[in-house]
Design a protein around this ligand. Structure first.
Ligand code: GLC
Length: 559
């Protein structure tokens, strides 16, 4: 039985698997995934070979934003289980040598949080209101918001509470922003970090880590004046202010109370050169690098991103991270199956095209599913070969593409409701996983009377079920298993050499003679000369590798 070491650096090159708990496995068959469901499927995680799981929020929540509206930071949503279920899950994962990272959402709570309810009741000028961001309305009757700001999910960012005051919410109206100038808020988050650390959690993923500190000095500027006409997210008085780093230095002291110290990874959508500040060892220690989510399928783009992010990570002494899919982004099978370059005019290659595709209900532009899946496998093997941690998202090991067959009245994501017609939202990557090819919810739910999954599963899910892929040696699932197993044995220190092995090819060498060659082009490429006679360890496609790396394929070699 694997035992977990006290190595403080365990996460630096870990493979972390993100679980979206409501959509992973449903032990009581009510249609909503739960913690006991995850526990019942730990064998899947162990066989896959991941080092850690990151659990998206499972806390009590009105689910206005898929659980990122937290009503109680130190409990489990009763629909998802109990604290005992949580302890059982941690024990089951730890027994199999898998660490546990939980999500911390510090920018805002849910509007059902007891402190927010207290604030509403206590009224203007009260210490209760001071835990959130309340301001007087403008105009004689105070009916106008303190500023005309648009929340990141659309709609006004200041919400009236009926007594002349408004509260700030950068996201959904049910997500009031905390006031981080208030010491009670600071203390309460320390309590939360200790609460989960004491329960055996190994680390934290920090939600929108760049937003908590705001410069709200009067007069409040317009968004255009703050340099972000369309979204409150990019406003320079609300984003990435130096004060956030004081908060994280305080958190680091809490993390270091434990042995090994708890790790943390920042979700901070900031310009890449700002990332090292969050990843400093005396702060969070690691920050997500999302550059590949926005990159086209192109060797030069991937190489530039790889080299620049390794250099950025070096600046703070952190290891970098690689992400191709998560719960906020169109799945990479879909992104890579769309024409190269589509959507670039929006400044978000790949992702913008994919959003347009989802918005068109799949009508346009042209989507090549096989190509997308083939590139997705190649992309995954490439990131796994780079130094740093790879964060995988549930379902990518099954080669799932984005689900676009969701009727408008079945959608749940606030980005859909608050931007009517402009964005379909993120439900398409959050559909409950298929475990078996048949059954009411494809094995997602178990029990005597299984309810349909909370988001509709398309019929094509049957072919992608875990049990189907388990038996197929050439399935995506078995490729992931082989890749993760090999990687574990191959992994050395965090160094890498980039070789120039031809246009459209990205060739990296890791210690111990481990080479990874990705051919991004549509035609086979010669195996680089230095690898003549080298052992082929694994290929992301089933085409033969003899002297050539097939099109849209990654091959690992040992030289
Ligand atoms: C993060 C989460 C996203 C959520 C938002 C607000 O970006 O990843 O899912 O909607 O924060 O909490």
């Amino acid at each position: 039985m694997p035992t977990l070491t006290n190595d403080p650096n365990w996460y630096r090159q870990a493979v972390v698997y993100q679980i979206y708990p409501r959509s992973f496995a449903d032990a009581n068959g009510d249609g909503l995934g739960d913690l006991a469901g995850i526990t019942s499927r730990v064998d899947h995680l162990a066989t896959l070979g991941v080092d850690a799981v990151w659990l998206s929020p499972f806390y009590p929540s009105a689910l206005a934003d898929g659980g990122y509206d937290v009503d109680d930071y130190r409990n489990v949503d009763p629909r998802l289980g109990t604290l005992d279920d949580f302890d059982a899950l941690v024990a089951a994962l730890h027994e199999r040598g898998i660490r546990v990272i939980v999500d911390i959402v510090p920018n805002h709570s849910g509007s059902g949080h007891v402190w927010f309810q207290d604030a509403l009741r206590a009224g203007k000028g009260s210490p209760e209101r001071d835990r959130y961001i309340f301001r007087d309305g403008l105009g004689d009757d105070q009916s106008k918001p303190p500023a005309e700001w648009t929340a990141s999910f659309g709609g006004p960012a200041w919400e009236p509470v009926g007594d002349g005051q408004f509260y700030l919410h950068m996201f959904d109206v049910a997500q009031p922003d905390w006031n981080w100038d208030n010491p009670e808020v600071i203390d309460d988050f320390h309590t939360t970090l200790r609460f989960w650390s004491d329960r055996g959690v190994d680390g934290f993923r920090v939600d929108v880590a760049n937003l908590m500190v705001k410069d709200l000095s009067e007069p409040l500027p317009t968004m255009a004046e703050m340099g972000s006409p369309n979204s409150i997210m990019g406003c320079d008085r609300l984003n990435d202010l130096p004060g956030v780093h004081d908060i994280y230095r305080g958190w680091r002291e809490v993390f270091n109370e434990y042995d090994p110290p708890r790790m943390a990874v920042a979700e901070a959508w900031v310009p890449s050169e700002r990332r090292p500040a969050y990843a400093r060892p005396d702060e969070l220690g690691q920050a997500f690098n999302f550059d590949l989510l926005l990159a086209p399928w192109d060797a030069a783009a991937f190489r530039q991103i790889a080299e620049s992010n390794l250099a950025l990570a070096d600046q703070s002494g952190a290891s970098t991270t690689w992400v191709l899919s998560n719960h906020d982004i169109v799945r990479h099978v879909t992104r890579y199956g769309l024409p190269i370059g589509a959507g670039e005019q929006e400044g978000m290659p790949g992702t913008a095209a994919a959003k347009a595709y989802v918005l068109s209900d799949g009508a346009a532009p042209e989507f090549d599913e096989e190509l997308g899946r083939r590139r997705a496998a190649a992309g995954t093997m490439l990131i796994l070969a780079l130094p740093g941690s790879s964060y995988l998202y549930q379902g990518e090991e099954l080669g799932l593409k984005e689900v676009i067959e969701i009727a408008d009245d079945q959608r749940q994501d606030p980005t859909f409701f608050r931007s009517p017609g402009v964005d379909k939202g993120r439900d398409g990557c959050r559909v409950p996983l298929p475990w078996t090819p048949t059954g009411t919810s494809y094995g997602f739910g178990v029990g005597d009377q299984v309810a349909p999954a909370h988001l509709p599963q398309p019929e094509w899910f049957a072919d992608f079920a875990v049990s189907v892929q388990d038996e197929d040696p050439s399935s995506m699932l078995n490729l992931y298993r082989k890749a993760l197993g090999l990687r574990r044995g191959l992994l050395g220190d965090e160094t890498v050499t980039f070789h120039d092995s031809g246009e459209g090819v990205l060739h990296v060498e890791r210690p111990g003679g481990w080479h990874s060659v990705t051919n991004f082009t549509q035609a086979a490429a010669d195996v680089p000369e230095v690898l003549a006679g080298a052992e082929v360890l694994l290929s992301s496609s089933s085409d033969e590798v003899s002297g050539e790396v097939p099109a849209n394929t990654t091959v690992w070699f040992r030289a």
